[in-house]
Design a binder for this molecule. Structure first.
Ligand code: FIX
Ligand code: ZN
Length: 412
C-alpha cells in the first residue's frame, strides 16, 4: 500500500528517469554549425525574453536590432535580471539552466557567465545538455524554404541519430503565390493556378524532401482563421497534395493552430501573437480523411477543451504540447489535468519548442515538476478506489506521455 509520500516519490522518480522524445524543437543537428544556438548570449536573446525586455527598454527597436548579439543580451540581462527580479517563466528558465550546469549566477556577472560556456564545444555541450535534460531524441524543424538550412542538406552530412527531422512547409501552404516560382526554380513543373499537374508536382516535392531528410511528419503553423474545407490555396493544397502524400508515405500531418504573425513587426520574431482557432475545421479534416494521421496543438487557452473533445472523437488525431504562451507552469497544469481527465494518457504532454540547446534543460525540468504534481494527484484518486498503480504501470504511462505514445501513433 502506498502512503502519499511513497506514491509521490515513486511518480517523481519515474518521471525523472523516463527519457523524453521531444517532438517539436527549433534545434539543429550539430552538423548544421551556426544554426545550432547555445550559450548564455543565445539564451538571453531568445525571442520570449526580447518581448519581455522591450517592456522596459526605451530605445527605438531599430537601435536594439542594430546591436551585436552580446549587446542585445546585455540589455536584456540588465532589464530583466538586474533591474527587476527574473520571475517570468522564460527568465526563470535561464536560471534553471545555469543552476543545472553548476554555473554560479549569484554574483550577477554576465561576463563571468560567458566564461563558463567557453569550456564546451557544440558537440560536447549537446551531449551534456541532453543527458541533463534526460532527452533521448529531439525533432528539428526543417524547412526546404530556408536557404541556409537547404545548403547544409545539399552539401550532405552524417546524421546524428538524436536529431530527427520534420518537414516544415508554412510558405508552401500559406504563401503559394511566392512559393510556386521557387518550386519551379527547383525543377517542379507547377503553375500559379492549382490544377492536377501542379498537385502532382507538389507531391513530388514533398516526397523528395521526405526521403531526403527522413521526415517524421509534415508540419505547418496556421492562423486562427484557418478553415477547412475552404476555397483558398491552403485548403486546396492540403486536400490534393498533403493528404495523398501523407497516405502514400504513411506520414502524419502536424498542425499548430492559432498564431498571428507580426502583430508588432518592430519586434521581429518576438512580435507574433495568438488568437482562438477553429477546432471544427480540425474535426472536419479528421472526418474527411480517416486514412490520414493528424497531430495538433493549439495556441489559445480557449481552444484546449474542444481540442480534447475532438481527440475523443477521432483516433486519427493525436494532440500534443503546451505551445509557446501556454508553456507556463499554471497553464501546463490546467491543460495536462484536463487532457488526462478526458483522454487518459493518449496524448503527448509536452514539446519544448527549444530554440537554444540549453533550453531543453529548463523546459523539461519545469514540465516534469508540473507533470509530477498532476500525476500524483490522479494516481492518488485511483488508490483511493483501491487501484494501486505499480512502478511498471506508471513507467508505461509516463513513457507514452513523454513521446513514446506519439511514436506508437506514428507507426501503427
Ligand atoms: O511556428 C512555430 O514552430 C513556433 O513555435 C515558433 O515560430 C515560435 O517562434 C516559437 O518559438 C514558439 O515557441
Ligand atoms: Zn515551434
Amino acid at each position: 500500500m502506498h502512503t502519499p509520500e511513497t506514491l509521490r516519490a515513486l511518480v517523481r522518480d519515474v518521471i525523472e528517469r523516463t527519457p523524453v522524445y521531444d517532438m517539436h524543437t527549433h534545434l539543429y543537428d550539430p552538423a548544421f554549425g551556426e544554426l545550432l544556438l547555445w550559450g548564455i548570449d543565445d539564451l538571453l536573446t531568445y525571442h520570449y525574453l526580447i518581448a519581455e525586455g522591450f517592456r522596459w527598454l526605451e530605445m527605438p527597436a531599430e537601435k536594439f536590432w542594430a546591436l551585436p548579439k552580446s549587446g542585445q543580451a546585455e540589455l536584456i540581462w540588465n532589464a530583466l535580471f538586474l533591474e527587476h527580479s527574473p520571475l517570468s517563466e522564460a527568465c526563470r528558465g535561464v536560471l534553471t539552466v545555469l543552476h543545472a550546469l553548476e554555473i554560479d549566477a549569484r554574483p550577477r556577472d554576465l561576463p563571468a557567465l560567458r566564461q563558463h560556456f567557453k569550456k564546451w564545444t557544440a558537440a560536447g555541450f549537446t551531449t551534456r545538455v541532453m543527458e541533463k535534460a534526460n532527452v533521448r531524441q529531439v525533432c528539428m524543424t526543417n524547412s526546404p524554404f530556408d536557404a541556409t538550412e537547404r545548403a547544409v542538406w545539399d552539401r550532405g552530412f552524417n546524421r546524428d541519430p538524436r536529431f530527427r527531422a520534420a518537414l516544415r512547409i508554412d510558405p508552401l501552404l500559406l504563401d503559394w503565390e511566392n512559393s510556386a516560382p521557387l518550386l519551379r526554380a527547383w525543377g517542379y513543373d507547377v503553375s500559379p493556378e492549382l490544377n492536377p499537374r501542379t498537385f502532382d508536382e507538389v507531391r513530388r516535392f514533398l516526397a523528395d524532401w521526405t526521403r531526403r531528410i527522413d521526415a517524421q511528419y509534415c508540419m505547418v503553423s496556421l492562423p486562427p482563421d484557418w478553415s477547412f474545407p475552404a476555397d483558398g490555396a491552403t485548403a486546396q493544397l492540403i486536400e490534393h497534395a498533403i493528404m495523398p502524400h501523407g497516405r502514400e508515405h504513411g506520414q502524419a500531418f502536424a498542425m499548430m493552430i492559432g498564431v498571428r504573425r507580426g502583430v508588432n513587426p518592430q519586434l521581429r520574431m518576438a512580435g507574433d501573437s495568438l488568437g482562438p482557432g477553429e477546432v471544427e475545421s480540425v474535426e472536419r479534416l479528421c472526418a474527411a480523411f480517416p486514412g490520414n494521421k493528424f497531430l495538433c496543438t493549439m495556441l489559445a487557452r480557449e481552444n484546449q477543451h474542444a481540442l480534447c473533445v475532438a481527440a475523443r472523437k477521432f483516433r486519427n488525431l493525436h494532440i500534443f504540447g503546451c505551445w509557446w504562451f501556454l508553456n507556463t507552469p499554471s497553464l501546463i497544469e490546467e491543460i495536462t489535468r484536463m487532457r488526462l481527465e478526458l483522454l487518459g494518457v493518449s496524448f503527448t504532454a509536452q514539446h519544448s519548442d527549444a530554440r537554444v540547446l540549453d533550453q531543453l534543460i529548463y523546459k523539461w525540468a519545469h514540465t516534469r515538476e508540473v507533470l509530477t504534481r498532476v500525476l500524483v494527484e490522479k494516481y492518488a484518486t485511483l488508490a483511493a478506489a483501491s487501484w494501486e498503480p505499480g512502478r511498471a504501470e506508471i513507467e508505461g504511462d509516463v513513457h507514452d506521455l513523454l513521446g513514446g505514445g506519439l511514436e506508437k501513433f506514428l507507426t501503427h
